[in-house]
Design a protein around this ligand. Sequence first.
Ligand code: HEC
Length: 140
Amino acid sequence: MKMLIARLVLATPLTLLGGATHGQPPQPTEQGQSMQRMLADVNVIRAFVYGGGKREDARTAAEDLLAWSNRLAALFPPGQASDQYVDMSAERARLAPVASRREAEKLLAAVRNGKISAVGDQLVVTERNGCGACHLSTVH
Ligand code: HEC
């Protein structure tokens, strides 16, 4: 069965997505779980930027986000993901993990050493160019 990837995901603020599991089967896929973890990491970093969260927690989350980014190519193999998900062209499946890793690395660097405002700026870029590499039709 082909699934439409949540291109909607970024149209809806990502913070709202944690609850978007209504009516889904109780056994989430590994791919779905990986996404839930990445979303949770983004939210921890957001809490550091806007909600007085700890830098230490944000650093752990940024490391986890990078680790998941490094697994995306295996979770969404170019030859298969484009058959399974309507929105996932082979090109996108090939390029998105690279973009995701690059943006996760920049975010981790900012979380380690940067001003909070710089972390906030990079978080926006990471969501657009990293997550957006799959979730936005305008980004490759
Ligand atoms: C390599 C492509 C790719 C990247 C990069 C990516 N996603 Fe996804 N995402 C998908 C696909 C494909 C699905 C549908 C997965 C499924 O449920 O099988 C998905 C689903 C989701 C879901 C719904 C998960 C569920 O089933 O409960 C959320 C939330 C999500 N992504 C958030 C993110 C966030 C946050 C980022 C960036 C940190 C991100 N995604 C980056 C491909 C990607």
